[in-house]
Ligand binder design. Sequence first.
Ligand SMILES: [Zn+2]
Length: 146
Amino acid sequence: MPRRKKCRWVSLELPSKIEGEIEISADELEAIRLADVEGLSQTEAAKLMGISQPTFHRILKEARRKIGKALIEGLNIRVVGGEHIMRRFRCFDCGHEWEEPFGTGRPEACPKCGSPNIHRIDAGRGKGGGGGGRGRGWCGGRGRLE
Ligand SMILES: [Zn+2]
């Protein structure tokens, strides 16, 4: 039997243009990524971020509220407060490895040899200075945690 499309009522107006912006913290964005994009459970995601599950839940809830608000009100989303989260890159031509703070955009080329053949190698993990580094490489072929 063909599935019948049922009408639904929504009472919203789509924003006609993008105006204004809302700030979302890097932690909140990471919570969305782990829970909604990667599909991890809150327990797993909290563990990866090194925080408790209730804290993760709070961060995730706030992140979803902000993203919802941005969609409904047509706001740009600006990621802030990611200075303590470092990203690690490697040049596949000269082997040089370096770190860039989160939120600065992807580097164009290797700072040492100028090759564009660079890749991110941390998969978003590890906090600069904090000695985190746990869970490195779980992005491709996610293994069991602990
Ligand atoms: Zn290089």
